[in-house]
Design a protein around this ligand. Structure first.
Ligand code: DGL
Length: 263
């Protein structure tokens, strides 16, 4: 039965697990298969051609393993590759983009900050979205250079991370942002640290819930949603450091496996 096939998810590394967490809360009976392409992280510093190549490779593997729908749980891969993926493969795709629209609509100071990778900020899709929704306000774009590497190396709570976050976020605070958009799926794990820097009055938004809701809606529309009410099973694969992936999932109480795989 197609309905019991897994939802395929990929990211340049472990960051997409932040999306997976929201997804499994909204769709607890769905099975999932997650690929962390940590060997090739960070995507954000690679050329668009390379990002497309990695995205195709990940998609092929997820389809080979029976995925009924694919979530590109990476802003950088979505903004650079989703159009190519949609042309090349028949399976439905859900992408993730920085949530500029809600920030631009709700800002009172007319200053919003966006922290994302170089690959996302320089993409045509990001420019299009930004021009469409935020042309009338001041958007402070900041590359999060180095952040993904630290998370992938298990240094989420390190002095290096505090230094980087201060360097990137303090100028935004000075310019009185009232919204901070997290445009990379690795960043939601840093929210407690980010709050310490930007203060309680700055609202932090990411696209996790929007992606989960969109996935639910597409599955229902295409009659692909699982029909049994048994808590889902989850397979995680990493092509680099399995222990970092295991650590980030350590608080999860669902049934899941983590394995090393060469892809
Ligand atoms: N999680 C990816 C994203 O959402 C990180 C990209 C990278 O590897 O640089 O953009």
């Amino acid at each position: 039965m197609m309905n019991s096939k897994p939802i395929g998810i990929f990211d340049s590394g472990i960051g997409g697990t932040s999306i997976w967490r929201v997804l499994t809360t909204l769709l607890p009976y769905e099975n999932t298969i997650y690929l962390a392409d940590s060997k090739n992280a960070p995507y954000g510093e690679k050329s668009s051609e390379k990002i497309i190549e990695f995205s195709i490779k990940n998609t092929e593997l997820l389809i080979e393993r029976g995925s009924k729908i694919i979530i590109v749980a990476c802003n950088t891969a979505t903004t650079n590759a989703i159009e190519v993926l949609r042309t090349k493969f028949d399976v439905p795709f859900i992408g993730i983009e920085p949530a500029i629209k809600p920030a631009a609509i709700n800002t009172k100071t007319n200053n919003i900050g966006i922290l994302a990778t170089k690959g996302t900020l320089s993409s045509a899709l990001f420019s299009k979205t930004s021009n469409k929704f935020a042309a009338h306000i001041n958007v402070i774009e900041q590359e999060g250079k180095g952040i993904v590497e630290l998370i992938e190396n298990g240094k989420m709570d390190s002095n290096e991370m505090t230094l980087l976050l201060n360097k990137y976020l303090n100028p935004m605070v000075k310019q009185q942002i009232d919204y901070l958009v997290l445009g990379c799926t690795h960043y939601p794990y840093l929210i407690p640290q980010i709050k310490e820097i930007v203060g309680r009055d700055v609202k932090i938004i990411d696209s996790g819930l929007a992606v989960a809701k969109q996935t639910k809606s597409i599955l229902e529309k295409k009659n692909l949603n699982i029909t049994t009410q048994i808590i889902g099973k989850h397979q995680f694969y990493s092509n680099k450091n399995v222990s970092v992936l295991k650590n980030i999932l350590a608080d999860i109480s669902l049934e899941y496996s983590v394995q090393n795989l060469d892809f």
